[in-house]
Design a protein around this ligand. Structure first.
Ligand code: ZN
Length: 275
């Protein structure tokens, strides 16, 4: 009897010990998981200037249509016609060397309430990104041309191929220089891919207009172009506008008060180098 009782006691102790080991293991596993999770969150923290991410009004959704490389004959006018018909304001990032003889197109962009930004003077990668001074000169030369014509100083810029690109070896020192010169940078989080591929079908362009970088669907900045060969961009534009309007988005032009949006590090694998 005594023997039986001590056997039971032994089993009970064993059960308690196993239970304690199990509880301890679960606790340790949880700690390891939490540590790894925290470590990974830190590791994969997006390298974006995220000020644009949060709207004061969480229900508000904004879309910024931007057109690079103008002014051009025909296509810029056709884009302006579509925007007017749909009562939408957009942003045009201007290449300075394109202005002569097309002053009337630039004036039209301004008079119809669209924003005007700077997209260098030459659009020549070797000149633009050779050093910080040249980059700033490229922007201020275009800024001056616009000021002489329209009477205001544009301070919003779009870097050709984005702030981090294969030609730019200047790193964050260029970003500091841009800010020192009172300029604001605007990259994009959605691209029609109509820069290097202006002949993409309207279906592909439309599909591209719906792909937005994760986490930025409330503040969509669409990169599009108004080069002489962007005929399909003109054709698809009404469909893109309708799509975003149906989803409840408000179209806004980028202004000096729009929070900057750019990639702080080129380590981010989601970079889009097309322009
Ligand atoms: Zn460009």
């Amino acid at each position: 009897m005594k023997n039986n009782c001590s056997k039971h006691k032994y089993k009970l102790y064993l059960c308690i010990i196993i239970l304690l080991i199990l509880v301890n293991s679960i606790f340790t596993l949880k700690l390891v998981f939490n540590y790894r999770h925290k470590k990974n969150s830190k590791k994969f923290k997006p390298a974006f200037n995220t000020t644009l991410k949060s709207n004061k009004d969480k229900n508000k959704k904004y879309v910024y249509l931007t057109f690079d490389d103008g002014p051009t004959y025909v296509v810029t006018d056709q884009i302006l016609d579509v925007l007017k018909k749909n009562n939408v304001k957009a942003t045009f990032f201007i290449v300075g060397k394109e202005i002569p003889e097309k002053e009337h197109i630039l004036t039209r962009i301004h008079e119809e309430g669209h924003s005007i930004g700077l997209h260098t003077y030459s659009h020549d990668a070797k000149k633009i990104y050779s050093n910080k001074e040249n980059f700033i000169k490229e922007m201020t030369k275009t800024q001056k041309k616009i000021e002489d014509l329209l009477g205001f100083k544009s301070k919003i810029i779009r870097c050709p191929w984005g702030i981090h690109n294969i030609y730019n070896k200047l790193g964050s020192s260029l970003i500091n220089e841009i800010h020192k010169n009172d300029l604001k940078i605007y990259d994009w989080n959605c691209s029609l891919e109509d820069g290097l591929n202006p002949n993409l079908s309207t279906k592909r362009l439309f599909d591209n207009s719906k792909i937005v970088k994760e986490g930025y669907t409330n503040n969509v900045i669409i990169l599009a172009h108004c080069n002489f060969n962007n005929k399909n961009t003109v054709k698809v534009l009404p469909k893109i506008i309708k799509y975003y309007k149906n989803l409840g988005y408000e179209f806004k032009p980028i202004t000096e008060s729009t929070p900057e949006y750019y990639i702080e590090s080129k380590c981010n694998k989601n970079l889009n180098f097309k322009n």
